[in-house]
Design a protein around this ligand. Structure first.
Ligand SMILES: [Mg+2]
Length: 168
C-alpha cells in the first residue's frame, strides 16, 4: 500500500467560500450536485496552488466532501483540478457526536499521513481521529468558511508535509 501522504479537500467553506461578497479573485458558478442546484463562489487560483502543493510534497489530492463524485464534474474543472479520488464521506456510521465525514476518512487513510482542509472539524473530531488504530500523523487546517482557502493555509500544509519523516 502506498504510504504517500494525502491532501484531503473539502468544498463548501474551503473551495466554495461562504460569503455574499468574497472580493476579487472569486468567480460565481451554478453547479448541479446530487442533491440540487447550488450557486457557488470558486477561486481559479486554487487548482494550480493545490497541484503545486501536491507536486512539491509528493502527496496525493483526494476529495473529502459531501459533493462526493460530483466534485470531479462540477468543482474541479472550474478551478483547474484534474479528476481526483473521492472518499465516500456519506458512508459513515451515524455517530452524532462527531462530524459524519470523520469515520470514512479514518478508514480511507489506512495509516497514510494526511492534511485535511475543512471548515467544520472540532476538537472532538481531532480526538476521535487520534484514537483510531488506522490513523497516523495528520494535520487539520481549519479554513474559515467566510474566507475560504488562502495561500497561508496552503503554506501551513506545505510546511507540515515537508517536516514528515520520509516513509520507507
Ligand atoms: Mg465544509
Amino acid at each position: 500500500m502506498s504510504a504517500r501522504p494525502l491532501i484531503l479537500l473539502d468544498v463548501d467553506g474551503v473551495l466554495n467560500v461562504l460569503t455574499i461578497d468574497p472580493g476579487p479573485g472569486w468567480e460565481r458558478h451554478t453547479c448541479q450536485s446530487w442533491n440540487g442546484t447550488y450557486r457557488v463562489r470558486l477561486n481559479p487560483a486554487h487548482g494550480p496552488m493545490l497541484l503545486e502543493l501536491a507536486e512539491q510534497t509528493g502527496a496525493e489530492l483526494v476529495w473529502a466532501t459531501t459533493w462526493t463524485d460530483d466534485a470531479n464534474r462540477e468543482i474541479g474543472p472550474k478551478i483547474g483540478l484534474p479528476k481526483l479520488p473521492v472518499i465516500d464521506v456519506m458512508a459513515g456510521d451515524d455517530e452524532p457526536w462527531i462530524n459524519p465525514k470523520v469515520p470514512p476518512v479514518a478508514a480511507y487513510v489506512a495509516g497514510r499521513p494526511f492534511v485535511w482542509f475543512d471548515d467544520e472539524l472540532d476538537a472532538t473530531d481531532r480526538a476521535y481521529l487520534a484514537d483510531q488504530a488506522g490513523v497516523s500523523d495528520f494535520l487539520i487546517v481549519d479554513v474559515p468558511a467566510g474566507l475560504g482557502l488562502s495561500a497561508e493555509h496552503v503554506q501551513q500544509a506545505a510546511d507540515w508535509l515537508a517536516a514528515l519523516t520520509p516513509q520507507p
